[in-house]
Design a protein around this ligand. Structure first.
Ligand code: F6R
Length: 610
């Protein structure tokens, strides 16, 4: 997704911006651009493709001004193809104003018509250029004023940075619906759409809220609303270090994050389980614990992998907390007319905390009176701030586009939430203790599973030429089947379908032909026997069986072609273990097919547009 970095300070701005863009690369992009304030106007260079292309253009250019003020952007195409012309920054037609923008200007064609009628011309296909034109139209020597006037005329979302050739020491930034933070260093300010581009410089940041803006110069900054009402912002510390977002010896972020899961889950549990008292402690929702216990219905809303974690949550809340629960795709929830009765709690699950559909669904639910809870990884993100209360994952930054450790963190938080409700309602202390003990063992059990990475690689490599795979599970492992299929398709581009195993005979069984890989999550549990029956159905048609099974299950080794094992745990916790072999399977398949694991085609880390 698009990324913004801007800088005002005492360093040479070019290298700072390029380094910042590289930190945002993981979010996905298809072109990039830079704007540096010079004595003779704004110096702008853009390039389609990788940031390295922009970097080499700059390396060869002898005309780059020495400057301490500038901004840069990575674009992920929405309006117009990923070309140099459509890359940001965009200029007004007098070339006095430059803008980099994340989000979408919904009424851009009306603005274009308005400006065209006044003689303005446009060179790109983008919505952003209309906003550059509008700011230029209002500009009379005060950039902040012109930005405010323009922002009142637009509909849509933005995180933006604006510069003017006539005010080379001024950077104006603003936000509505697209994140923007200001890093406050010693005599320097770095603005970015993602903390990853800031932490190298400072851990002290200001989070802009919707409809807020800042005017930054080398002498300091002012924050205000876009209606020009001054606002005082707190400077807070970002939670993660630069080291955490670097590779640390792994070939890819995805692999690193898969292997980090034991530690990540231990961090997620830390301080939340009082072993002594035998209880769950969730400080972030303590204020609402009575409403939560009395909830009559839970709606979980999320997208993609987070939705799969939500599906596990549906089972958990019904089975453990005995609260009727449904999980809804955020993109569907936001546009239908959902019934939100008294006593409904809406839980928004999101790694990034910035997913546009999830945010919109959350707002819809809040408007209808629901108590809203966030299950979010990125501290200070929009969803985290807009929910009434919430529980952070604390699994550390997730950089690989394919979500892995966040999925497990989301499930752990749901388990803790379900247990804390259950204990206050029906669950005995003994059963709770069993869960807490089982949770404690998960990190070590994960470590043990990860030791099979090489075996998983060898097996996967045998099947990577097959273009169609099935992933099948039942009960708590049905969401894991969906997640396994999603992981494989998004990074290896193999078509994969995840299904509840019994659904196969209602249609998908027709797909099975000799040699087709079918991955079964076949751990011991309440539906084990039934699943064995489903395995036989696939075998009878020549399918190849790859099973994720319980350690010590001798029977499965006789029916499956390949077996990856996981240690035993309580059934509702199984997804935390069974998903790991599937994450590794997807990773090794992508590697064997020569795919770009951390930056799969067409995908972005954080989907901040509809
Ligand atoms: C898949 C993946 C996506 C995200 C989805 C929601 O690996 O990463 O499906 O899970 O875009 O993102 P968040 O959790 O940031 O709301």
């Amino acid at each position: 997704m698009c990324g913004i970095v801007a800088y005002v300070g005492n360093k040479d701005v070019g290298p700072v911006l390029i380094e910042g863009l590289k930190r945002l690369e993981y979010r996905g992009y298809d072109s990039s651009g830079i704007c540096i304030a010079g004595k003779n106007g704004l110096f702008i260079r853009k390039a389609a493709g990788r940031i390295s292309v922009l970097e080499s253009i700059l390396d060869e250019d002898k005309t780059i001004p020495a400057s301490h003020v500038g901004m840069a952007h990575t674009r992920w195409a929405t309006h117009g193809a990923p070309t140099e012309c459509n890359a940001h920054p965009h200029l007004d037609d007098k070339k006095r104003i430059a803008i980099v923008h994340n989000g979408i200007i919904e009424n851009y064609s009306a603005i274009r018509q308005f400006l065209t009628a006044k003689g303005h011309t446009f060179v790109s296909d983008t919505d952003t250029e209309s906003l550059a034109g509008l700011i230029g139209h209002f500009y009379e020597g005060d950039l902040a004023k012109a930005v405010q006037l323009a922002l009142h005329e637009i509909r849509g979302t933005y995180g933006l940075a604006v510069m003017s050739a006539s005010e080379p020491e001024v950077l104006v930034v603003a936000r509505r619906g697209s994140p923007l933070i200001i890093g406050v260093g010693k005599d320097e300010y770095i603005v970015a759409s993602d903390a990853a581009a800031v932490v190298e410089h400072t851990t002290q940041v200001i989070y802009l809220n919707d409809n807020e803006m800042a005017v930054i110069t080398p002498k300091g900054f002012r924050t205000m609303t876009i209606d020009d009402v001054p606002v005082t912002k707190d400077v807070t510390a970002v939670e993660f270090s630069l080291e955490q977002i670097e590779l640390g010896g792994y070939q890819h972020f995805m692999l690193k994050e898969i292997f980090e899961q034991p530690e990540a889950i231990a961090n997620c549990l830390r301080g939340r389980v009082d072993r002594h008292e035998g209880r769950v402690v969730l400080g972030g929702i303590a204020q609402y614990s009575r409403d939560i216990v009395r909830a009559r219905r839970i709606i979980i809303t999320a997208c993609g992998t987070a939705w799969h974690a939500g599906l596990v949550g549906e089972f958990l809340f019904e089975e453990l907390a005995k609260i009727p629960t449904e999980v809804e795709y955020a993109s569907e929830f936001r546009y239908r007319n959902p019934i939100v009765e008294d006593g409904t709690i809406v839980i928004a699950i999101s790694q990034s905390g910035e997913t546009a559909d999830t945010l919109a669904a959350l707002r819809e639910a809040k408007d209808r009176g629901a108590l809203s809870l966030g299950v979010v990884n990125v501290v200070g993100s929009t969803i985290a701030r807009e929910t009434d209360a919430g529980v952070y994952l604390h699994v550390g930054p997730e950089v690989g586009v394919a979500s892995t450790k966040a999925f497990c963190g989301q499930i752990v938080v749901e388990v803790l939430l379900a247990l804390s409700i259950a204990r206050r309602k029906y669950m005995s202390q003994t059963v709770l203790q069993e869960f807490l003990t089982a949770l404690d063992r998960i990190p070590e059990q994960m470590r043990h599973i990860l030791e099979q990475s090489e075996l998983i690689r060898q097996v996967t490599t045998q099947y990577v030429k097959r273009e169609n795979w099935l992933f099948l599970g039942r009960g708590f492992n049905y969401p894991v089947a969906l997640e396994g299929a999603l992981k494989l398709k998004e990074i290896s581009y193999i078509h994969a379908e995840g299904l509840p195993a019994a659904e196969m005979k209602h249609g998908p069984i027709a797909l099975i032909n000799p040699g087709m890989p079918a991955v079964f999550i076949a751990t011991r549990g309440s539906q084990y026997e039934k699943l064995l029956g489903n395995i036989q159905e696939v075998k009878a048609r020549g399918g190849k069986i790859i099973a994720v099974a319980s350690e010590g299950d001798d029977h499965i080794t006789k029916v499956a072609d390949h077996v990856f094992t996981v240690p035993d745990t309580i059934e509702p916790l199984q997804p935390l273990l069974t998903v790991l072999p599937l994450q590794l399977l997807a990773y090794h398949a992508a590697m064997a097919r020569g795919c770009n694991v951390d930056k799969p085609r067409n995908l972005a880390k954080s989907v901040t547009v509809e």
